[in-house]
Design a protein around this ligand. Structure first.
Ligand code: ZN
Length: 136
């Protein structure tokens, strides 16, 4: 069911793909040997305001190349997830997941040359009914 892609609208996802916020203060490098993995949007109270399409990487596969000091952290509810955004332009870049703290979700729209609106049928992740809220 997970949506994985190695290219978007004929643009190849690179093994080391750069990403940046809108103003360029924050630059990331993502290791994406398998392309975009587990592409989704989420309907939780934060994501539905943000409207971002995200994909997943293990924590070790996201490097901040530039502008770490410009990142701001936003936390709410259980304060487990860590949502980062650029303090200058306000763009969400990545977050450490609550559903899987070993992963970052990142903003596909921040990837150099990638237009996430060209991705068809992005699955919606049920963030209203969060998996961490209903563990047996
Ligand atoms: Zn910025």
């Amino acid at each position: 069911m997970a949506l994985n892609l190695t290219e978007v609208d004929s643009v190849q996802i690179l093994i080391k793909h750069k990403a940046s916020c809108h103003c360029g203060a924050v630059e990331l490098e993502l290791s994406l040997p398998d392309g975009l993995v587990d592409i989704r949007c989420c309907d939780c109270s934060l994501c539905r305001r943000k409207g971002a399409i995200v994909a997943s990487v293990p924590l070790s596969e996201l490097k901040i190349l530039k502008g770490e000091k410009n990142l701001r952290l936003y936390q709410f509810n259980t304060k487990t997830a860590k949502h980062y955004f650029c303090s200058i332009c306000g763009i969400y870049t990545h977050h450490q997941r609550r559903s899987n703290p070993d992963q970052y979700g990142f903003n596909v729209a921040c990837l150099e040359g990638i237009n996430p609106l060209k991705i068809d049928n992005v699955p919606t992740y049920d963030g209203v009914y969060h998996p961490a809220d209903h563990d047996a």
